[in-house]
Design a binder for this molecule. Structure first.
Ligand code: FAD
Length: 393
């Protein structure tokens, strides 16, 4: 089976790896001209972690990742108002939890795709359905026929737009915006700690990384940014306005952001689609069912989707329609549940009211109690889904 995969993020290379391992011919296309490094950190655990283990990449991830020690919420003067150690979380997960740059996870996944052609700086720009398989038009003008085309091109998927319709039809905006960047030489450091300052509707945070780098994060409700005309063409200015007047190190973090190279800035949204495939075009990962950063598990769910899609394609042989139906049937209820659950965490990142902020800090105090914390994490991080075994060797 010849499969075109648009997007070399998390779901794309996972799908390519498993298809290749099962003897098929995946080809990866990525819009970015080269592999990006750095970027924001993701927490990685659960089913994604299990799949990474099956792919043999855990040692690399553990080497590049971080085992965080503590979360500190600080007041405007820097004093801690609520905090918790992550030890109960690691215990609840039997140590199967790491924080790692999304780009480092993506890199490890691509490196595992031995023998898979990867085309950087090339996108799928057009898809024409034909009886014997879709013909894709690539951004470099080439046309090629495949048995299946898969959009693994993230929240703002181009394949989804081409095959299913415009994004607003499927986007569920969660009333928040997020920004993330890396800065070098930021003067304040707390190793292996997530340090944040939250006021009503806004949170600024930093994480000290290796090589003198710091990850800076801003998240706020739409009311602080929604009307700013600069939010599209000058997000730095929009962020300055949104976070102006906050205490702690926020003025310094905003200054540091000005000098950072890559700034990630986006709406916090989910993607909810009635179907994840149409004829011989399928979606996987955020393109199909983005749960948003609030789920804290988008990478794992993307890898799960990719693994199941590859497994079902292999199991169904040439009956691609049957495979696509089985892929969706086995995952839809589980992933919808994750999407619903994620929405409740909005108040944790950017509480909408002063009372919500107090409640959030109280919750952190409770999670800090070892027994309560272990039970909470064990329950809330549990994936109620059994990873299928597919004969893909
Ligand atoms: C700030 C932040 C924090 C997060 N924290 C966590 C976390 O703690 N844990 C977690 O598991 N998840 C987290 N997530 C979510 C996670 O990053 C995503 O769910 C995950 O990356 C989705 O993987 P994907 O492969 O579907 O899409 P992506 O990782 O977005 O990859 C899509 C790829 O497609 C490429 N692409 C886009 N358009 C085109 C095109 N037209 N043609 C070709 N290529 C294209 C992109 O360049 C990219 O390489 C977070 C997200 C954000 C924004």
């Amino acid at each position: 089976m010849k499969v075109a995969i648009n997007g070399v993020g998390i779901a794309g290379p996972t799908l390519a790896y498993w298809l290749r391992r099962a003897g098929h011919e995946p080809v990866l296309f990525e819009r970015a001209p080269a592999f990006r490094r750095g970027g924001y950190l993701i927490d990685f655990w659960g089913l994604g972690y299990d799949i990474a283990e099956r792919m043999g990449i855990l040692p690399t991830l553990r080497e590049r990742g971080y085992v965080m020690k503590r979360m500190r919420n600080v007041r405007h003067d820097g004093r801690e108002e609520a905090g918790m150690d992550f030890a109960p979380l690691y215990q609840a997960q039997q140590g199967r939890f790491i924080s790692i740059a999304r780009a480092d996870l993506a890199r490890a996944l691509v490196d595992a795709c031995v023998g898979v052609p990867v085309h950087f700086g090339v996108s799928i720009n057009g898809i024409a359905q034909h009886g014997d398989g879709p013909i894709v038009t690539l951004s470099d003008g080439r046309q090629e026929r495949f048995d299946l085309v898969v959009g693994a091109d993230g929240l703002h998927s181009q394949v989804r737009a081409l095959a299913f319709g415009p994004e607003p039809r499927f986007e569920r905006f969660l009333d928040c915006h997020v920004a993330a960047c890396r800065v070098s030489g930021y003067p304040h450091r707390d190793e292996l700690m997530f340090v944040s300052h939250t006021v009503r509707g806004r949170q600024a945070a930093r994480v000290s990384l290796r090589d003198g780098e710091t990850l800076v994060l801003f998240i706020c409700r739409d009311e602080f940014i929604g009307d700013d005309p600069g939010r599209h063409d000058d997000p730095r200015r929009a962020l300055r306005r949104a976070f102006g007047g906050m205490g702690w190190e926020v003025p310094e973090l905003l200054d540091a952001m000005e000098n950072s190279g890559d700034l990630y800035f986006d709406r916090v949204s989910q993607i909810r689609m009635p179907h994840w495939s149409s004829n011989r075009i399928a979606l996987v990962g955020d393109a199909a069912a983005c749960p948003s950063l609030l789920a804290g598990e988008g990478t794992g769910l993307g890898m799960l989707g990719a693994y199941v899609l590859a497994g079902e394609l292999h199991r169904a042989g040439s009956d691609i329609a049957r495979a696509l139906a089985a892929y969706e049937n086995s995952l839809r209820a589980f992933i919808s549940g994750k999407q619903k659950g994620a929405v409740y965490f909005r108040g944790f990142f950017a509480p909408q009211t002063a009372l919500g902020l107090v409640a959030r800090n109280l919750a952190v105090h409770l999670f800090a109690l070892p027994l309560f914390g272990r039970q909470f994490w064990a329950r809330s991080l549990r994936d109620r889904f059994t990873l299928p075994d597919y004969p893909m060797d």
